[in-house]
Ligand binder design. Structure first.
Ligand SMILES: Cc1cc2nc3c(=O)[nH]c(=O)nc-3n(C[C@H](O)[C@H](O)[C@H](O)COP(=O)(O)OP(=O)(O)OC[C@H]3O[C@@H](n4cnc5c(N)ncnc54)[C@H](O)[C@@H]3O)c2cc1C
Length: 479
């Protein structure tokens, strides 16, 4: 099989490119080293759709952030994933910092961000009563939003698959070579061939780039640690609350999530370990201390988990997108640090257009632009829920008590393409295990459903692919 395009990496960037490229006639494959999409940075971030005032005017980051943010509402309706435009505030604590706030305001105007306003401290506290007394002003950006990064990535991947894209999981690209006018994509499961390659490998994108080009890229993993609070704390603030950005990024934020939790973080620390997603006592303590400068009385007893993600920080702090000058047909989608999630819809369009032009592909008449998410019975009217349960009693069986997730939703998550194959795959699609008990009750039931549906013995199932098996010993009755 010779593919027109192989996309390396099934994060939000790779799946956005796949979705946009599936509008065209070519044969397309996403190669992902993990067992699912959304296993890298796309699963561990602040989930903010930034308005677009942070990036330098004229940069790709600025243009694609604003373009992505403007299309997010329509995309979330088309592909049925959770998104809410709640607006953001950047707090200024000191009159001496006001010029920095005004700079952000002017930069935002130049980038084309709509509705920006500088508010007084009192106006801010009227909107957000828990903002601390030391706030003297804030930049209000009504176009900012929050999104479910898992929901968005799964939606893009499912829609790409619906339109013919193939997905190869548990497949790591180990080498790249050019022979007979094709890219030979060497993987730990054999060689794949393609006319073009899109390198959307997150923190590893520079390593792949440097295999094909004599103009090296350098990416530093920049760790961000978070505390996630229970839904009971979710209404402590109702907008995303930033601090003025520092040298290493946008600072620590306090924000509600689309699912009603409260999120505090991230830190920003450059590290050497490309897999270093552990949290640290020091990092989490810094999150709590810094978040408290913005918001009073944070209900920190409601913390239910902590996590960390790695920004793919490129030395020039810019997205690196497009065909590599000395590697014909090899397209970079590299250096996709924040605002990568916000920009993903626009990154997908840009790269798909470039790849399609290179290959001379035409638009397909039968492209299906829409996708429906997993039905959440709790969001239905009583009558509609009754009808659903009557048709399919699995929607009447609660598996995850904290998040009220039913067997019907979990079965749907497993049966989709690409579908869940691990405990985390189910968790990210349905929220089973994301609540207060973090899977303590539902994990065994979810494993039983995975085992039954996939025909895989319980002791072969994993939390998150690879060697992350959960059960030792064989359960002969489990299949
Ligand atoms: C702390 C933090 C906060 C952030 N907050 C925001 C925010 O609020 N808003 C926003 O817009 N952006 C934010 N971002 C940025 C955003 O999360 C990223 O830009 C985005 O998720 C990057 O997606 P990606 O697909 O490029 O990379 P990833 O999601 O990392 O995907 C890359 C994929 O490539 C796979 N891969 C790697 N190497 C190989 C290989 N050799 N073979 C096969 N597969 C491979 C990986 O397994 C991975 O799945 C934040 C990032 C961090 C870390």
């Amino acid at each position: 099989m010779i593919y027109d395009t192989i996309i390396i990496g099934g994060g939000v960037s790779g799946t956005a490119v796949a979705r946009e490229l599936s509008r065209y006639t070519g044969k397309l494959c996403v190669v992902e080293r993990c067992e699912d999409v959304c296993c890298g940075t796309s699963k561990a971030n602040s989930a903010i759709v930034h308005a677009g005032f942070d990036a330098k005017p004229g940069s790709l980051m600025a243009k694609l952030n604003v373009a992505g943010s403007k299309t997010m509402a329509a995309l979330s309706r088309e592909l049925d994933f959770p998104y809410r435009q709640i607006g953001s505030l950047v707090l200024c604590w000191d009159e001496a910092q006001r010029p920095q706030l005004e700079h952000l305001y002017r930069q935002g105007l130049e980038n084309g961000v709509e509705g920006l306003e500088i508010l007084s401290g009192d106006q801010v506290r009227a909107m957000e009563p828990h903002v601390t007394q030391n706030c003297v002003a804030a930049l209000w950006a009504p176009s900012a939003g929050i999104v479910c990064p898992f929901g968005m990535t799964f939606a893009l991947a499912e829609n790409a698959a619906r339109n013919g894209a193939e997905f190869r999981f548990d497949t790591t690209v180990t080498g790249l070579a050019r022979a007979d006018g094709l890219w030979q994509v060497q993987t730990d499961r054999g060689i794949l061939q393609a006319r073009t390659v899109v390198n959307a490998a997150g923190v590893y994108a520079a390593r792949l780039h440097n295999l094909v080009s004599s103009h090296p890229l350098h990416i530093t993993p920049r760790k961000g640690e978070y505390c996630l609070l229970d839904k009971q704390a979710g209404s402590h603030v109702s907008h995303t609350i930033f601090q003025l950005p520092g040298k290493l990024g946008k600072g620590v934020l306090v924000t509600p999530t689309v699912h009603g939790n409260l999120l505090l973080g991230p830190t920003a620390t450059d590290i050497e370990d490309f897999e270093g997603v552990n949290t640290t006592a020091q990092g989490l303590e810094a999150v709590l201390r810094t978040a408290a400068l913005s918001v009073d009385n944070l209900p920190t007893r409601q913390i239910i988990t902590s996590f960390a993600g790695l920004r793919a920080h490129e030395d020039g702090h810019e997205f690196v997108l497009g065909e590599v000058s000395d590697a014909p047909g090899f397209f970079d989608c590299a250096g996709i640090e924040s605002p990568g999630l916000s920009s993903a819809p626009a990154i997908g369009i840009l790269l798909a257009e470039q790849v399609a032009a290179k290959l001379g592909l035409s638009r397909r008449a039968d492209f299906v632009p829409t996708r429906k998410g997993i039905v959440n019975p709790a969001a239905l009217s009583f009558k509609a829920r009754q009808a659903l349960v009557r048709d399919n009693p699995a929607y009447g069986q609660i598996i995850c008590r904290c998040e009220s997730v039913t067997e019907g939703e979990i079965l749907d998550a497993i049966r989709r393409t690409p579908g869940a194959r691990s405990l985390d795959g189910v968790k990210r699609r349905t929220r089973a295990g994301m609540g207060r008990c973090q899977g303590g009750f539902c994990a065994p039931r979810v494993l039983e459903l995975l085992s039954r549906e996939l025909g895989v013995p319980m002791d072969q199932l994993t939390k998150a692919g690879g060697g992350s098996r959960l059960i030792a010993g064989t359960n002969k009755d489990s299949v």
